[in-house]
Ligand binder design. Structure first.
Ligand code: CTP
Ligand code: MG
Length: 279
């Protein structure tokens, strides 16, 4: 069986996929949003949505696009996905997409458009874990570089045992209720107003900004969000679960080498080679 002839995945009713494509692609340096950059004649967003459709034909798909965009929105709509304007950071883009999910959604995958060549089998592994009861699941790969720690001055602090490390990819899968709850706890998504703001030490509803109305101010995470930053130490969706709902384990499934994130120009060379090898 090749990557393109995968069996039907375990299904989860009410599955939605958020594809984040609202970044500017600064490190790629194309002078256009990264998701619009072509690989072998198709934009990164088209490759990403093509795989989502192949792996999960019944899922609802929401794409985040940069403010003022028309081109990525047209690509999304042309491939049966909804488009919503993203936020100042990836996490804020995810939160905006969560606010636009269809009401029937029970489970959400969050995927980087920049990982546009993720094989369908990885989506299937994540969905299979959700259907087996996982509430948060991430695909990972082994770390192949030797990794060395450094101190605050950049001086060597010794080699890290890489056998105890994994590199994290997307799509990351979540029970919708859990992902919304941790986004609200971080101030990324409007949650129910606290019943007693004075007692809880918050200062009332926050501004209608990235976090939307009704987000309490006064906590470091919420201040960061109001300033267009992510809460300290939050680097992906699963890290929100670890921070704000640590009682829930984050389950791991195997990622894939071809699920690398297109970040710098050299990654585009690799992407073209992967596409050629699949033809
Ligand atoms: N993303 C997003 N909204 C943002 C920032 C990023 O939806 N405000 C998306 C990107 O479009 C990408 C994914 O998150 O698909 C991973 O981000 P990254 O690789 O950092 O992409 P960019 O932010 O576009 O790139 P750069 O950091 O080099 O500008
Ligand atoms: Mg970025």
């Amino acid at each position: 069986m090749t990557l393109h002839e995968t069996a039907s995945p375990s299904t989860v009713d009410g599955l939605a996929v958020v594809v984040v494509a609202a970044g500017s692609g600064t490190r790629l340096g194309y002078g256009m949003p990264k998701a619009l950059v072509p690989v072998a004649g198709r934009t990164l967003l088209e490759w990403a949505l093509g795989t989502v459709r192949e792996a999960l034909p019944a899922a609802s798909v929401v794409v985040t696009v940069p403010a003022g965009d028309t081109e990525l929105s047209a690509v999304a709509r042309g491939m049966g996905a909804a488009a919503v304007t993203g936020g100042a950071t990836r996490a804020q883009s995810v939160a905006r997409a969560l606010a636009a999910l269809p009401g029937r959604t029970t489970h959400v995958l969050v995927h980087d458009a920049a990982r546009c060549l993720t094989p369908p089998a990885v989506f299937e592994r994540v969905v299979t874990a959700l259907s087996a009861g996982s509430r948060a699941v991430v695909p990972v790969t082994e770390v192949t570089d030797t990794v060395r720690g450094v101190d605050s001055e950049g001086r060597s602090a010794g080699t890290v045992d890489r056998s105890a490390l994994r590199a994290v990819q997307t799509p990351q899968g979540f029970e919708r209720e859990l992902l919304e709850r941790v986004n609200a706890a971080a101030g990324l998504l409007s949650g129910p107003a606290p019943s007693n703001p004075a007692k809880e030490g918050v200062q009332g509803p926050g501004p209608a900004g990235p976090a939307g109305p009704g987000v309490p101010r006064g906590h470091a995470a919420h201040r960061a969000v109001a300033q267009g930053r992510d809460p300290e130490g939050i680097t992906d969706d699963a890290s929100l679960v670890e921070r704000y709902a640590p009682e829930h384990p984050v389950d791991l499934v195997a990622g894939h080498a071809e699920s690398f994130k297109i970040t710098r120009p050299v990654d585009l060379l690799l992407a073209r080679a992967v596409v050629e090898s699949r033809a």
